[in-house]
Write a protein that binds this ligand. Structure first.
Ligand code: ADP
Ligand code: MG
Length: 397
């Protein structure tokens, strides 16, 4: 396995140890409720193995973007409740992640017991990758397991700092993700097609440039597609367009090899407003009514895109093709979900909203790999080694 030769949980003795596990429990929340617990259930194999083999488990994670402040609505407390349910045993929650309270709870923790600490990002030191913060986290444990694939593209204290102060290994979820995504990086079944959408171009620019070099075709739609269409000279009216990325998009479109591989929408669903009940209609690329915005791809684009993915050997999809949360603008994304599920291809989907979309379409069971990492899977498939994984020792070390 060229992409992963990291020391794993089964390579070390865990019995009788206090094990600090960096998990990715950054679950989507709505009004204090967990909307989707995939990231919790996907971490169970690691937690169960450690408990079954005589370890005491101390879990750490971030949730949302509290930006270094204590935000009660981003507390990990609801995660502790759900984790206890799916694990089938009590989970003690401590409302801090460093300090005396945590020290005491960790010291009292017995083998087979589980502790979950508060949101790491309540401290700015986490995202700053502060060595002192990493040292504090490391102080409660004898061993560090990183299983937070969805956070592994970030160089934070809990992903690349803690391992400097503790013997460290890679968890089962990271192993699974890297194995599945690694196959696509090293030897994708061709044609290999990437479907990229979502709200914005800006945070995916580098990845798009790297991925288009690796694929046979790239479909771009959604809000991101609008910026490309605008760069191609179409008047997108009040659509979501990133004006400061137009120059980049024009340059991207000017590259001949990109033009051969790229499929952009050929029609749109335009709406009078960003609202579920707004007046809307299908229109050509140059016919978005004045002051309206494109919120979905149109039926001709759906036919074009569906035909492209139907013949694929590998499909990687990140980012919905429209504002699918509103039914009026979900057709393009739902059709793509169905087409990806039906394709005789290795299918991989990453990204929180993309995953919600395949659930909405009812096809999640027919996708080969639903990655727990959005940015992480995109960066990995763009060919970047993820810092949280690079930081872990190799098997031979
Ligand atoms: P993911 O979470 O899968 O990585 P993103 O977060 O990048 O995806 O983008 C998802 C968001 O993009 C959704 O909330 C969706 O409503 C929005 N979106 C998609 N197409 C459009 C569009 N044409 N106009 C406005 N928003 C859009
Ligand atoms: Mg998202």
């Amino acid at each position: 396995m060229p992409y992963l030769n990291k020391k794993g949980i089964t390579d070390v003795e865990v019995s009788g140890k206090k094990v600090l596990v960096r998990a990715d429990f950054n679950v989507p929340m709505k009004a204090g409720n967990i909307k989707d617990d995939t990231r919790i259930t996907e971490t169970l194999p690691t937690i169960r193995y450690l408990l079954d083999h005589g370890a005491a488990v101390i879990l750490i994670s971030h949730l949302g973007r509290p930006k270094g402040q204590v935000k009660p609505d981003l507390s990990m407390a609801p995660v502790a409740v759900r984790l206890a349910e799916v694990l089938g045993q009590p989970v003690t929650f401590i409302n801090d992640c460093i300090g005396k309270k945590v020290c005491q709870a960790a010291a009292a923790l017995k083998c087979g017991e589980v502790l979950l600490l508060e949101n790491l990002r309540f401290y700015a030191a986490e995202e700053k990758n502060s060595p002192d913060f990493a040292k504090d986290l490391a102080s409660f444990a004898d061993l560090f397991v990183n299983d937070a694939f969805g956070a592994s593209h970030r160089a934070h204290a809990s992903t690349v700092g803690v391992n400097k102060y503790l013997p460290s290994v890679c968890g089962f979820l990271i192993e699974k993700e890297i194995t599945r995504l690694g196959e696509v990086i090293t030897d994708p079944r061709r044609p290999y097609i990437a479907v990229i959408g979502g709200a914005k171009v800006s945070n995916k620019i580098l990845d798009i440039e790297n991925i288009i070099a690796k694929v046979d075709k790239m479909i771009i739609g959604g809000g991101m597609g609008n910026t490309f269409l605008a760069a191609a000279g179409h008047d997108m009216q009040s659509s979501l367009v990133e004006v400061d990325r137009l120059e980049w998009a024009s340059e991207f479109l000017a590259v001949e090899s990109h033009r051969h591989k790229l499929l952009l929408p050929v029609d749109l669903v335009a709406s009078a407003a960003f609202a579920a009940d707004a007046e809307h209609r299908v229109c050509g690329l140059d016919c978005v009514p004045e002051g309206w915005q494109a919120l979905d791809i149109g039926p001709k684009s759906v036919d074009l895109f569906v035909a492209a993915v139907s013949g694929a050997g590998t499909i990687f999809w990140n980012g919905p093709l429209g504002a699918f949360e509103m039914d009026a603008f979900a057709d393009g994304t739902m059709a793509m979900a169905e087409a990806v599920a039906n394709a005789d291809a290795t299918t991989i989907i990453g990204g929180g909203d993309s995953i919600a979309a395949v659930h909405k379409a009812g096809v999640a069971e027919r996708i080969d790999h639903i990655s727990t990492g959005g940015g992480a899977s995109l960066e990995f498939l763009a060919g970047k080694m993820l810092p949280g994984i690079s930081a872990l020792p190799d098997k031979t070390a």
